[in-house]
Design a protein around this ligand. Structure first.
Ligand code: ANZ
Length: 952
């Protein structure tokens, strides 16, 4: 943002400094202007007389160049010429060239239309795509729609509009909006996950998962939302209520389709190492997979008299070394043995506790801030290490879905167990001593150390004085040889709940025989199984999906056995379609195979994948899982789908300023010592605010400090910026440039209207630099102001430095600094007497990935008759990059007395003359005899004076 400010400050001065009659002076001097071409004169409305409407006048005044005529023209041109169509293999694609597959996370076409957050990533990928094309790559840059999902269905319930209609309408709007931003997508490859031609292959992948035993049905506790009448995924539940609508959610067991992603846990973990992804995202995936090494230990259950109950409890621990410190066991409320372990005295307490726990989400249960609760079961377990009886409790901080659903609690060394033991007065036995010094007895010591209190003569196990890690190994070996357990690797990753009780999703290609209830898959040649038409989308309320209402569709005949059957009525979750769409873009129309092998081998994997950080885990993990299955099947040739991943930052709304007033309406500074509790807050418009040091204050009263904060854009805050408005007021190129100029792509940034005006003025300056100032009637001359002069050395140096910087910054995805480099170029070019055509052409090519409409228009005016999209990107020539002048230190009698600025190519005599005439150095040299001069070009000039003369 600092750059934006600097730019705004510089602009007015430079505008004044620009000679107004440059065009005329060139004409007078008889210099060659680029000949007039066929471009129709552009009438700029900025000088078109007084507009009666004040708003219009203001908008017109902001319009720095005729983008509203330029942009639609070039969008039409690209569409008509299918400029960005990537030919297929065998259809003219030169596969000897390198490829670059640049992909955006395709959007859900919501009813709200495009948000300014969308073009952030899309502009970045567009710049990269345009750049790579100009660098000679075959570029695949497609766009499509992730269009199944809940909002269209909710809308259908509220309004009766079929989700298909809503989806088509929303897609049409998104498409128009994206086209208005000049993105270079190959629209011939557009796909939507809701099209039967597409979801045929989603269903096909499901059948392959089924064949490989990777899809199964299980009775699992799910998030059941009675109000929505549907099951929700964990991420759709926030604090015990549905993310959408805020309805209460409870846990309820249901038969569901599951995908065995856990079979791929190790590979999903290991292959992360090869990926060029942000380390933070890789770490999030590692944590999500949550691989931990430990042991499963067997404890036998006994009653209070120590009689064997004939059942064993398996616990999972990552710290088998602490076995002597286990003072109680805990089972999860959903543990299958809980009822068996519950004594009659404790039954009512345990049952009540279990019901209570069923209403909590896993997140709530594992929240470290929440107070731990639990109930004694009435039974005990025998610790295999020392034969001691320890009580078995039930507590909801232990989850049924992780490990074995039971733990040995070691309160001295685990903070959750410690908190629980203190609350319920259970014994705490220290078994690990910190290697150096003592630890706080009021807290659990969770690190490794030296074992104490850890031997038993009855069992023969002795790990005292061992280091934790060695002790753990010894315990594992001991339990394994005595039949008390085994080494175990565990994962936090759960199998993927792969069904929703909703209408607007992919139907499962399976049915159930009426007589046996046996599940039978559809044969592949029956795909796609299309969604039936339905008028009533309301949930059945029983958990039965809305598709149950399509009775004719549900009733079917199994073609293999000829028996009557019913179709599956759940649908696939929204993640399904987005798991493999990047493959379909390579071959979108293939009706016989998901993706042609040769096409996949050429285009795969995605080279650059850009999207929001909210997809760091689920989408990216699910897609990687499917990809690996397809890899094992030989459908794809790479282990991973996305080589390089970039997460664009969030765009926050414009900074909001608030001031405080006391009860009498007087301003109170935000840093005031007096309490602000009794004050009320008031929003202050930005034009009444100024910055002093690091703080914002009232312009009229700088003693009053304000609070300044940017919020996430939301309808309710009223701070949403609609890209359509920005495009109509400043043009698509300004929006693109601004979003890139706001700051580093990956950072969060705040929107600023002042900022967009700045980049818009830069584009206007670029336009006038090349085309010339507007004529008195507001129109512009045809052609350009460029001349056929040979560029000067200075001009070439400035150009090639700009080329080098822009190239490097694009390669490093630092688009904001690439734009600064171009701004510096334009500033420098304004000082030139002439604008040589060759220099201007190179600059226009540099600008084109960022502001493609303006660049195409200028390219046309420079005399070209084809789009610049496939022109060669300018190459920086090293001879113009080196600084020709150096700062040379000058030593006199071995002492550095000053520096001089000299041309690198200067001769020794010239350098000496410059030194002798330098104000500071001349006093050491004037009138002195010179014994010796040592000149190392570009490094140093050393002058040894004649001693005799020096003394005189
Ligand atoms: C004894 C112990 C002693 C443990 C100690 C930790 C420290 P990670 O690393 O996340 O895998 N645990 C096991 N199953 C659990 C479940 N279903 N719900 C809640 N907690 C469970 O953590 C494994 C540790 O978490 C296990 O090791 C167990 O507590 C607990 F000083 O066992 B430990």
């Amino acid at each position: 943002m600092a750059l934006a400010l600097q730019w705004q400050l510089q602009l007015p001065l430079q505008l004044q400094a620009r000679p107004p009659t440059l065009a005329a002076s060139h004409r007078r001097q008889g210099r060659l202007l680029t000949p007039v071409r066929h471009a129709p004169p552009l009438r700029a409305r900025c000088c078109a007389g007084a507009a009666d409407d004040a708003g219009k006048t203001q908008a017109a005044a902001r319009r720095a160049y005729p983008y509203d005529e330029i942009e639609p023209r070039w969008q039409r041109y690209w569409e008509e010429h299918r400029t960005f169509r990537t030919p297929d293999i065998g259809e003219g694609l030169d596969t000897s060239r390198p490829k670059c597959y640049i992909l955006d996370m395709f959007p859900y076409p919501s009813g709200a239309g495009l948000h300014v957050g969308h073009p952030l990533g899309y502009t970045a990928t567009d710049i990269l795509s345009r750049f790579k094309r100009m660098k000679g790559f075959n570029v695949l840059h497609p766009m499509g729609w992730d269009a199944f999902g809940l909002p269209a269905e909710q809308y259908a319930i509220e309004t009766g509009t079929h989700p298909k209609i809503t989806t088509e309408r929303n897609i049409a709007r998104f498409r128009t909006q994206l086209k208005s931003l000049g993105f270079s997508y190959d629209w011939d490859r557009e796909i939507s996950t809701t099209e039967p031609d597409y979801y045929k292959w989603t269903q096909w992948i499901f059948l392959q998962l089924l064949k490989r035993g990777l899809a199964y049905q299980a009775e699992v506790p799910v998030n059941w939302c009675p109000a929505l009448g549907t099951v929700l995924a964990n991420e759709e539940v926030v604090d015990g209520v549905s993310e959408r609508g805020g309805y209460p959610v409870i846990r309820k067991p249901m038969r569901q389709w599951m995908l065995k992603i856990t079979s791929y846990a190790d590979r999903l973990l290991e292959d992360l190492n090869e990926l060029d992804w942000p380390e933070s995202i890789k770490e999030m995936q590692r944590n999500w997979i949550g691989r931990s090494k430990g042991a499963e230990l067997v404890f036998s259950a006994v009653d209070k008299e120590g009689h064997d109950l004939g059942a064993t409890l398996l616990v999972y621990t990552t710290r088998p070394d602490t076995i002597f410190g286990a003072t109680y066991l805990v089972v999860a409320p959903e543990h299958v043995l809980l009822s068996f372990l519950t004594s009659e005295e404790q039954r009512s307490h345990v049952d009540e506790y279990r019901d209570l726990a069923a209403r909590k989400s896993e997140l709530e249960r594992t929240d470290l801030q929440k107070e731990k609760t639990g109930v004694f079961s009435g039974s005990y377990a025998k610790n295999p290490a020392n034969g001691e009886m320890i009580p078995i409790w039930v507590a909801d901080y232990v989850l049924g879905s992780y490990g074995t659903g039971a733990i040995m609690a070691v309160p001295a060394h685990d903070s959750r167990d410690h908190e629980f033991a203190v609350k319920y007065e259970l014994p705490i036995i220290k078994v690990v001593s910190p290697p150096n010094g003592s630890c706080d007895p009021a807290e659990a010591y969770a690190d490794d150390g030296i074992m104490i209190n850890s031997s038993s003569t009855s069992s023969g196990l002795d790990i005292n004085e061992m280091l934790s890690q060695d002790a753990a190994k010894k315990v594992i070996a001991w339990v394994e040889s005595n039949g008390f357990g085994k080494k175990k690797v565990n994962y936090k990753l759960r199998d993927w709940l792969f069904a929703r009780q909703r209408y607007w999703g992919e139907p499962f290609p399976v049915s159930y025989l009426d007589d046996t209830n046996e599940m039978v898959p559809l044969s592949e040649d029956e795909l796609p199984l299309t969604l039936p038409e339905l008028d009533d989308f309301t949930p059945t309320g029983t958990g039965e999906p809305p598709l149950t209402k399509a009775t004719n569709w549900v009733r079917t005949i199994d073609p293999l056995s000829g028996k009557p059957a019913r179709r599956e009525t759940s649908t696939m979750p929204q993640w399904a379609g987005s798991c493999w769409y990047y493959l379909r873009f390579m071959d979108p129309e293939n009706s016989s195979i998901l993706v042609d092998k040769a096409k996949e081998r050429y285009w795969g994997p995605v080279d650059i994948y850009v999207g929001g950080a909210e997809h760091s885990v689920l989408h990216l993990l699910y897609a990687r899982f499917w990809h690996k299955v397809l890899y094992d099947m030989g459908v794809v040739s790479t282990k991973e789908p996305f080589k390089c991943l970039i997460n664009q930052g969030l765009i926050l709304g414009e900074v909001e300023y608030t001031a405080y007033r006391d009860s009498e309406g007087r301003w109170v500074s935000a840093d005031s010592d007096s309490s602000l509790i009794d004050c009320y807050q008031e929003k202050v418009p930005a034009d009444k605010v100024t910055k002093v040091g690091d703080h914002y204050v009232l312009k009229d009263d700088p003693n009053v400090r304000l609070n300044a904060r940017a919020y996430k854009m939301s309808k309710s805050r009223g701070n949403v910026i609609n890209p359509d408005d920005v495009v109509s007021e400043y043009g698509a190129d300004s929006l693109r440039l601004y979003e890139m100029f706001m700051g580093p792509l990956r950072d969060s940034k705040t929107w600023s209207t002042g900022g967009i005006e700045g980049v818009h003025r830069f584009l206007g300056r670029t336009w006038r630099l090349i085309v010339g100032p507007p004529l008195p009637d507001g129109s512009y001359n045809d052609g350009t102001m460029t001349t056929e002069d040979k560029p000067t050395l200075d001009q070439l140096q400035i150009l090639h430095k700009c080329i080098a910087r822009v190239t490097e910054e694009i390669n490093e995805t630092r688009f904001n600094t690439a734009i600064s480099a171009m701004m510096e170029f334009v500033n420098a070019a304004y000082k030139w007497e002439t604008q040589p055509q060759s220099v201007t052409e190179s600059f226009v090519l540099l600008l084109s990935p960022f502001a493609p409409h303006l660049a195409e228009e200028l390219w046309f005016r420079l005399g070209h008759r084809q789009s610049l999209a496939y022109e060669q990107f300018p190459e920086a020539k090293s001879e113009y990059l080196e600084e020709s002048r150096v700062v040379l230190p000058v030593q006199i009698n071995g002492k550095t007395r000053g520096t001089i600025l000299v041309d690198k190519a200067c001769s020794e005599d010239d350098v000496f003359q410059i030194a002798a005439s330098d104000e500071k150095l001349s006093k050491y040299l004037a009138g002195k005899g010179i014994r010796k001069r040592i000149y190392v070009p570009g490094r140093i000039l050393n002058v040894i004076l004649d001693q005799q003369k020096a003394r005189t």
